[in-house]
Design a protein around this ligand. Structure first.
Ligand code: PLP
Length: 382
């Protein structure tokens, strides 16, 4: 039977993600538009984003927080191009975005002493193989496989290399152990439900020390330059962005951060996301046709929740069949305006991906399950 109760908000995309509950475009009416970002008013907005991000995420005082260009990718590549080459590098990859960083390090920067530690979709590489005498590049949450590192225990406190962590689909939904992270990046479009194209780059003291003592042998475009005359360009971390940000996006990020504060900050954001994962887990446990792509429950993401089809014997079990079925389910749910953008990422095994970040209401994700079951029946019995 076709369910009757609909999710109030059908936005389950893994980026850009659902806006915070109650968001309307009026939220942006206080934006500092038509003004220079270097004006007192514009700079104050940028500064407020930095300060609020620091307080919501409990970022230590001696860490720098900067707003940079080109979203999370911009922030990660700025770090890789500015910092790497001083030591050997271990790059970890277990899905598409991590693999992108492997390409950057091995094929673009061509770092000679670089190792790619990789695993298939659903698994983590062997974290015990990571050598912390080297620089280590990794993704906290693999958005396209729904596999996250369970915690930071595997990261050596006495490391000599730097850790560079792409935390874009983890920040604001997962605890990040700052003392173990020398560089951390994210963008507003994920757990905050903000807009894309602005990246956040967080540097610990050890990363700053590297920047001030090492100059990479390759040219650095202006957009990547974090130092001036061998010293950190501190202005970047006080709201003096390298190039022009969108003050409309900045206002939207401020709104998201104020919302985060209003619901008691990080613990509550994490709890909301974990509750979404809990709801999906209960449903998957009782469903006969889906399973988590993440093999180890400890590594299951609470944000990008990736599911594979566990097709019953009565349904043909080829990869193509899974792909067709998943595609038909997502198309049907989109046509019904029940769930948008819940297909697996294009490079991932066929299946579904439900965003369970903090801006998604548990009730909405729960209202989705009967529709998913219905859609599965519709497309397999048609
Ligand atoms: C883990 C990860 N890294 C990087 C990116 C790229 O982010 P952006 O489009 O903000 O540059 C994404 C986007 O989904 C991601 O999930």
């Amino acid at each position: 039977m076709k369910p009757t109760e609909r999710p109030q908000r059908p936005q389950f995309s893994s980026g850009p993600c659902a806006k915070r509950p109650g968001w309307t475009v009026e939220t942006l009416s206080a934006a500092c538009l038509g003004r220079s970002h270097r004006s007192r008013a514009g700079r104050a907005k940028l500064r407020e984003v930095i300060d609020l991000s620091r307080s919501v995420l409990n970022i230590p005082d001696d860490y720098r927080v900067g707003i940079v260009a080109a979203s999370d990718t911009g922030a990660v590549e700025m770090a890789l191009w500015s910092l790497l080459g001083a030591r050997g590098v271990d790059v970890l990859a277990w899905e598409s975005f991590g693999k992108g960083w492997v390409t950057d390090v091995l094929k673009q920067l061509k770092i000679k002493d670089a190792r790619a530690l990789e695993a298939d979709y659903g698994e983590l590489p062997d974290l015990g193989r990571v050598d912390f005498d080297r620089d280590v590049v990794f993704t906290w949450n693999g958005t396209t496989s729904g596999v996250r590192v369970p915690n930071g225990d595997w990261i050596d406190d006495g490391r000599r290399g730097l850790t560079v962590c792409d935390a874009t689909s983890a920040a604001f939904a997962m605890e990040l152990p700052w003392q173990k992270l020398d560089v951390t990046t994210y963008s507003w479009q994920k757990v905050l439900g903000g807009e894309a194209q602005h990246g956040i780059l967080i540097l610990g003291p050890r990363a700053v020390e590297r920047l001030e003592s090492y100059t990479p042998p390759w040219p650095l475009p202006k957009l990547f330059r974090l130092t001036k005359d061998g010293k950190l360009n501190e202005g970047i971390f006080q709201g003096d962005t390298i190039n022009t940000p969108s003050l409309l996006c900045v206002e939207d990020a401020l709104d998201a951060l104020r919302w985060a504060e209003s619901i008691s900050g990080l613990p509550s954001l994490i709890a909301r996301s974990e509750a979404n994962l809990g709801a999906v887990t209960r449903w998957v446990d009782g469903a006969s046709w889906v399973d988590f792509l993440a093999v180890d429950p400890q590594t299951r993401s609470s944000t990008s929740i990736c599911l594979k089809l566990a097709l019953p014997l009565s349904v043909k079990k080829s990869k193509d069949a899974s792909k067709e079925i998943a595609k038909s389910i997502t198309t049907l749910l989109e046509e019904e305006s029940i769930a948008f953008d819940v297909g697996a990422y294009r490079d991932a095994p066929p299946g579904l991906r439900l965003w369970g970040g903090a801006t998604v209401e548990q009730e909405d994700i729960e209202r989705l399950f009967p529709w998913l079951n219905w859609a599965f029946t519709q497309v397999t019995e048609a």
